[in-house]
Ligand binder design. Sequence first.
Ligand SMILES: Nc1ncnc2c1ncn2[C@@H]1O[C@H](COP(=O)(O)OP(=O)(O)OP(=O)(O)O)[C@@H](O)[C@H]1O
Ligand SMILES: [Mg+2]
Length: 290
Amino acid sequence: MTAAMPPLLAADHICVRLGGQEVLHDVSMRIARAEIVTILGPNGSGKSTLLRALLGIVPVSHGQVTRSAGLRIGYVPQKLQIDRSLPLTARRFLSLPIRHGRAETDAVLARVGVPEVTERPMAGLSGGQLQRVLLARALLTQPDILVLDEPTQGLDQPGEAAFYRLIDEVRRDTGAAVLMVSHDLHVVMSASDRVICLNGHICCEGTPRVVSGAPEYRALFGLGTQGALALYQHVHDHDHTHDHDHGHDHHHGTHGHDDGHTKDGHKTDMGQTGMVQTGEHKTGGHHHHA
Ligand SMILES: Nc1ncnc2c1ncn2[C@@H]1O[C@H](COP(=O)(O)OP(=O)(O)OP(=O)(O)O)[C@@H](O)[C@H]1O
Ligand SMILES: [Mg+2]
């Protein structure tokens, strides 16, 4: 699907064993620059483990993980232990463990839409503000790829939608790829270029529309009717204007969304238009996970 671009991150036939159990079996995937890829799957299906394997935090028992040379990763783990009793301001938090100047921390907090929290204690932030500060911290690494494990946990629906818009903006402005885990099927459908359904192995993958119609996906999430998810197929700012749907099940006039079908020999570019040249400001590897 992304054959034209060298991947930032790739897994080839990886297996991961934890506590004597194989929690990931024969998983292969890759992610290219400026792609937004979402991993979906039930609790315990290995989503966090897959991210950690890709980052090199957990070892693989079989197969291989490849990260492009000098890759800068901004990682927000699913659970971040912040001692809520520490009188730590957002500004100070952003300077841990690596110091960033005032201008830089101000700018990044404005970027994620919470300039007002700069001097507030971390313990006093709302869930949505906290998620944004965590994203800000990841952005300070000037990442080639953001790896976000359930970044919208605890957000209400408007907060969640706003968060995904922000992710999309970051991708557009910096060319960073985004690999995230989510349970939010509906929002994810509109926010991702590509979706991977995981349940210890990859059940199915593809563009959101393809995946939402896949029997494996429907089985995994126990979905009954075909129509519901199609409603969430939003229009992205892709530049292909009038690809027509060929016999898809939805019926409400969503238009022209390239779903990766190849009937006309054209594969989706997954929204990468015009973003490839940005995000090349590599200035050293001190932030990135080895
Ligand atoms: N350190 C560990 N030792 C043993 N088993 C583990 C360890 N970490 C994770 N597991 C097991 O591996 C499986 C996958 O866990 P993982 O955290 O990757 O799931 P997940 O898809 O992220 O779930 P959730 O949606 O709840 O976050 C689970 O069965 C979990 O119990
Ligand atoms: Mg998890």
